[in-house]
Design a protein around this ligand. Structure first.
Ligand SMILES: Cc1cc2nc3c(=O)[nH]c(=O)nc-3n(C[C@H](O)[C@H](O)[C@H](O)COP(=O)(O)OP(=O)(O)OC[C@H]3O[C@@H](n4cnc5c(N)ncnc54)[C@H](O)[C@@H]3O)c2cc1C
Length: 277
């Protein structure tokens, strides 16, 4: 099957990855036979006799297609709430506080229709994911029944898989960090996921972003063949605890040949980032 990816952005997955990390994903796509057309916009879906048979881009390029998958993003369906006087926030999602309260007494909101507080920037954001929806729903439900539960917020953690590569991120990219008034340093390392002599090693690339002044870890992007989710989750905890990048360089990681090199790649990436401070 021929697969073509057409995307307006210069690089794939621009919301998750910085450009140099996205290049690794592009390579994986191309190596698996995906043709990538960047910087073009799909303007028309073509068809004959009611059947889709291709697309036309803004450069008038026509690509034949048996089926089309459109990634259009998500918008909160918040009109009913707005019309009822509920205050909206980021991306027109329902603005909630840490108790999942709206501005209307006894009205709570949670999940894909609601904002979430980013615990690094301390600003509201809209990132509709199942993890957030479940945690927020639990808090809203408990509080609607008279409780006093708090939602601690999100780091923007997300993960996906493209062929044999997991692609994960948490916290801020360098660009996000600059936009939010930090003075970021970043470091990327390439490593392997098992002891060097152990079979079926997979590559892994880890980027750590930290604040030059405070040393605080601000974010991470990880692309690799295995062990990505666990490492992203660990760094999401470091972000919640406002850890210093030197903490991330020296925490006591386990070593077992089938699951890690003796030097844990997160320790290495963080110690390289710390050298840039
Ligand atoms: C294909 C896909 C894959 C995903 N994969 C992941 C993943 O891997 N990881 C992750 O974290 N997230 C993932 N998500 C996102 C995740 O599914 C959502 O963030 C989550 O389901 C949101 O939960 P929710 O309860 O806010 O909304 P929903 O799950 O959308 O539930 C809303 C419910 O409200 C009902 N409803 C809507 N309007 C009305 C109305 N007027 N009256 C009564 N009922 C109404 C709907 O029918 C629906 O049942 C994925 C989403 C999709 C679509």
């Amino acid at each position: 099957m021929d697969v073509t990816l057409v995307e307006m952005a210069d690089h794939v997955l621009p919301t998750m990855l910085d450009k140099n990390m996205a290049k690794t994903v592009e390579r994986e796509l191309v190596d698996n036979g995906v043709r990538i057309i960047l910087g073009e916009r799909v303007e028309e879906i073509l068809g004959v006799d009611g059947q889709v048979n291709g697309i036309k881009t803004n450069t008038k390029r026509e690509i034949n297609s048996d089926f089309i998958v459109l990634g259009t993003g998500v918008k909160p369906n918040s009109e009913i709430a707005r019309d009822a006087g509920v205050e909206l926030g980021s991306a027109n999602a329902i603005k909630v506080d840490e108790y999942m309260k709206t501005n209307i007494p006894d009205v709570f909101a949670a999940g894909d229709c609601a904002t979430a507080r980013n615990y690094i920037t301390n600003k509201d954001m809209y990132l509709p994911l199942g993890t957030t929806a479940n945690k927020q729903g639990t808090v809203a439900g408990e509080n609607a029944a008279g409780g006093n539960a708090k939602f601690r917020g999100i780091a923007g953690s997300a993960i996906t898989k493209v062929f044999d590569l997991f692609i994960g991120k948490t916290g801020l990219t360098k660009e996000d960090a600059l936009r939010n008034g930090f003075d970021p340093v970043e470091e990327v390392i390439e490593d392997i996921t098992r002891a060097r002599y152990y079979p079926n090693n997979k590559p892994i690339w880890i980027k750590i972003v930290a604040d030059r002044k405070s040393g605080r870890v601000l974010g991470s992007q990880i692309v690799g063949g295995e062990g990505v989710k666990e490492r992203i989750d660990l760094i999401a905890l470091a972000l919640l605890l406002k850890a210093d990048v030197r903490d991330l360089a020296s925490y006591d990681a386990c070593y077992v040949p089938p699951a890690s090199p003796v030097w844990e790649p997160v320790n290495i990436a963080a110690s390289q980032a710390a050298k840039r401070m």
